[in-house]
Design a protein around this ligand. Sequence first.
Ligand code: SF4
Length: 361
Amino acid sequence: MVALDIAQLVRSGQVEESRAERVQWLWNEIRRLKHDKHAFLPAHNYQVPEVQAIADTVGDSFELAVRARDVKARLVVFCGVRFMAEGCYTLAPDVPVYLPSQQALCSLAEMDADDLEERQEFLRSLGRKFATMTYVNTYASVKALSDVCCTSSNAVKIADRLGVPDLLFVPDQNLAYQVALQTRRMYLPPPEPHQFHPREYLARIEPLLREGERAGMVGNLFAWEGACHVHHQMTLADIAHIRQEDPEAVVIVHGEVKPELQQAADEVMSTSQMAKYVESHPEKKRLAILTECGLVVRLELEHPDRQFYKPCRLCEHMKAITLESVYETLRDEPAHCLVTVPEAVRQRAAAAMLRMIDLGA
Ligand code: SF4
């Protein structure tokens, strides 16, 4: 990642001129405290630029999970959302992990582990052998019930390498579609949220199971009913508008957008894949990137020679982390910001995460 300075952030409108002095002071203090306390600050791609600027590493959830496993620090202040901080603690439980805001949650991660157990039981009652593949955007209690985790950047590779034809894919229904498509599994759409009725669900999926068999698919993918509210609200009209305005622009969408948008886009990628794509394709001068705005803003700062259309959306959970809250957390190490997981749950969640790291390598 390119180092960001205060003049650049003011010029681009990311920091108001009246705040520039305060931001610079906070950066200096955070750097001093990081050094004195031997602290590590990972930041997700969706964090605001002034937070990314003082992070030790910036990446997507897979990259941050791998770095968390190897962390050698006295404490971690995680600039992301709660499931990521939990993931960091899950892989490195000897290092205290602090999350600067209690509001840094995730609409996708809010699913109930009991509901997952119920669905697993239902599939077993049908006599189906399946693996539960869980997106890292979940809490440890859900990961603990899973065979393997995945992120949007490695989900296809892991589904290919698992060696199990049928998958229960949790919780993102849109990423589930992309995985089914790319691994030649039959996509079995989820029930409506909180509307799982075994008999109705079975009646809906049975014809599709037969169709998949006839078509010689590798297996089936049972999708869960979750979605990221940020990506799920993007529409085909967002893409149509770009195509009309600039037919030459490359349209890249995140795997969490709805299937019809994935079909209409030029590329479907994770956030880190998007950043690498922009880096490695200097000839692509005009791009529309449909994901959370934090990544697009960073790409604009790093590549001023390109034009980025921004049909992006903000995630209020990611934006709950502010530079002030990072500073105060690092300074005070408040107990209420500590993120932990019960040990029995942590061990099972760690096994699913480590399997992801092994299979995704
Ligand atoms: S962008 Fe979506 S998946 Fe990411 S933290 Fe926000 S709500 Fe969760």
